[in-house]
Design a protein around this ligand. Structure first.
Ligand SMILES: Nc1ncnc2c1ncn2[C@@H]1O[C@H](COP(=O)(O)OP(=O)(O)OP(=O)(O)O)[C@@H](O)[C@H]1O
Ligand SMILES: [Mg+2]
Length: 365
C-alpha cells in the first residue's frame, strides 16, 4: 500500500461478528441461504416492485432486460438479486468483478463469449480499470466492441458484434461511478438497510433452511442486533445456534439469543466491543466531546482508520455519534445506551465518572 494510493479499507475477514463484509465462513453457507426468486426475497419493497416491472415487461416483449445497477452497503443482497434477475429471465448468468478485469482484453474475452440474453454480473463495478470501462460503454449501448489488433501506427480496430445481454452491475459506492457509466443503466436499484421486522423474516427463513428451531421472540432478538443487514443476521443466527446447542436444548428463544450474543459481545443494538469502546471513551474520558478523531483513536488504542471506517459509520447511522467540524460528539442516545447521565443533566462534572478538563488536556491534539 503506497502513499497517495487509496485502497478501500476492508477489515480482515472473520474478525468482526458484526462486520458486513462476507468472511470465509459466510461464503460457504450463503449459497444455501440465498432466496431463489423475487417472492422469496425479503424486504426492499420498492426495488422489488420496480425490478418486477422491468423484468415482466422485458419478458412480455420477448426482449433482453435493460442493464441494471444495484447499489447498496455490503450484505444487503446485491449478489442475491443478480442471481434472481437471471432466474426470473430464465437466462444463464456469468459472474465476474471489477478488480478481476484489469485489461480491456479481459472484458473483450468475456463479452465475446456471452450468449443471447445472458446476464453478466459485474460485482464491484466501481473498481474496474479505465480502458475496460470505456469498452463497456460501447458494449452496453451498441452491443459491439472494438478489438484492437496489433500495436502502434499499424494497429487496427476490428468491430465485433455482441448478442444482446443484460449487464447487472453491483456497487457499494455508487458515487464513485463515472456519470457516463451510470447513465447507461436503464434501471438503478438502491438497496436500503432492512427494518427489524424484515430481518426477523430473514432469520426465520434461514433457520428453516438450517433446520434450527427458533421462536418469534428469538428471531426478533437476533434481528434487533443485526445492524439492518441480512448477512449479519444470518451470521448471528449461526453463532446463536451453536450456543443453544451447547448450553440449552438447541431451541432459540429470546433468552438464549440474548445470552449467546452477550457471550459474543454483540449488544442489544448490535454494537460490538470496538463500537462500545469508542463510545465509552467518548463519554467517560471526554465528557461526550467534541474530541478529535486521533485523540479518540489513541484513547481506545486503535488506528485512526479503524475508528473512522470500522466503528464510526454504524455509530453515526444509529444516531449515537456525530462528526462535527470541532470533533466527534456523543448524542443523548449514546448516553442513554450506555446507561450514563450527560454532564449538564447531572449538574456538573461530578456526575460523569473520571472525565474532566484536566484529563482532557492530556489528550489534546
Ligand atoms: N432480501 C433478502 N432476503 C433473504 N436473505 C437475504 C436477502 N438479502 C440478502 N440475504 C442474505 O444475505 C446474504 C448476503 O447477501 P448478498 O451476498 O447478496 O449481499 P451483497 O449485497 O452482494 O454483499 P456484498 O456487497 O458484500 O457483495 C446472502 O446469503 C443472502 O442469503
Ligand atoms: Mg455481493
Amino acid at each position: 500500500m503506497k502513499a497517495g494510493v487509496t485502497v478501500d479499507f476492508v477489515p480482515p475477514p472473520g474478525e468482526r461478528l458484526v462486520g458486513a463484509v462476507a468472511d470465509h465462513d459466510d461464503q460457504a453457507v450463503e449459497a444455501a441461504l440465498r432466496p431463489k426468486d423475487l417472492s422469496e426475497f425479503v424486504g426492499q419493497e420498492r426495488v422489488r416492485e420496480q425490478l418486477d416491472l422491468v423484468l415482466k415487461a422485458a419478458r412480455q416483449r420477448g426482449a433482453t432486460a435493460d442493464h441494471i445497477l444495484l447499489s447498496g452497503a455490503p450484505g444487503l443482497g446485491k449478489t442475491t438479486l443478480s442471481m434472481i434477475i437471471a432466474a426470473e429471465m430464465g437466462a444463464p448468468i456469468r459472474i465476474t468483478s471489477g478488480p478481476a478485469i484489469q485489461h480491456a482484453g479481459d472484458l473483450a474475452a468475456i463479452l465475446s463469449s456471452l450468449t443471447e440474453g445472458e446476464v453478466l454480473f459485474l460485482d464491484e463495478i466501481h473498481r474496474m480499470s479505465r480502458p475496460a470501462e470505456e469498452m463497456l460503454y460501447m458494449a452496453m449501448e451498441d452491443f459491439r466492441v472494438d478489438v484492437i489488433v496489433g500495436k502502434g501506427p499499424g494497429a487496427t480496430a476490428i468491430p465485433l458484434e455482441l448478442p444482446p445481454f443484460t449487464l447487472v452491475g453491483a456497487t457499494t459506492r455508487a458515487g464513485l461511478l463515472p456519470p457516463p457509466l451510470r447513465d447507461r443503466f436503464g434501471f438503478t436499484g438502491h438497496m436500503e438497510f432492512y427494518a427489524p421486522a424484515e430481518l426477523e423474516r430473514v432469520v426465520r427463513r434461514s433457520a428453516g433452511l438450517l433446520d434450527v428451531a427458533v421462536d418469534d421472540d428469538g428471531a426478533a432478538e437476533i434481528a434487533g442486533r443485526s445492524r439492518g443487514t441480512p448477512r449479519i443476521a444470518n451470521r448471528l443466527l449461526r453463532r446463536v445456534r451453536d450456543y443453544a446447542q451447547v448450553k440449552a436444548d438447541g431451541r432459540i428463544t429470546r433468552e438464549t439469543a440474548a445470552q449467546a450474543l452477550e457471550v459474543y459481545e454483540v449488544d442489544a443494538r448490535g454494537l460490538d466491543r470496538l463500537d462500545r469502546a469508542v463510545l465509552t471513551a467518548l463519554l467517560k474520558l471526554f465528557g461526550g466531546g467534541p474530541v478529535g478523531l486521533s485523540t479518540l483513536a489513541v484513547a481506545v488504542g486503535e488506528e485512526r482508520e479503524t475508528v473512522e471506517e470500522v466503528a464510526e459509520p454504524f455509530l453515526v447511522r444509529e444516531g449515537l455519534l456525530a462528526r462535527t467540524p470541532r470533533g466527534r460528539i456523543a448524542t443523548p442516545a449514546a448516553w442513554e445506551h450506555l446507561g450514563m447521565v450527560p454532564p449538564q443533566v447531572a449538574g456538573g462534572a461530578g456526575g460523569i465518572g473520571q472525565g474532566g478538563p484536566g484529563q482532557r488536556s492530556l489528550f489534546a491534539e
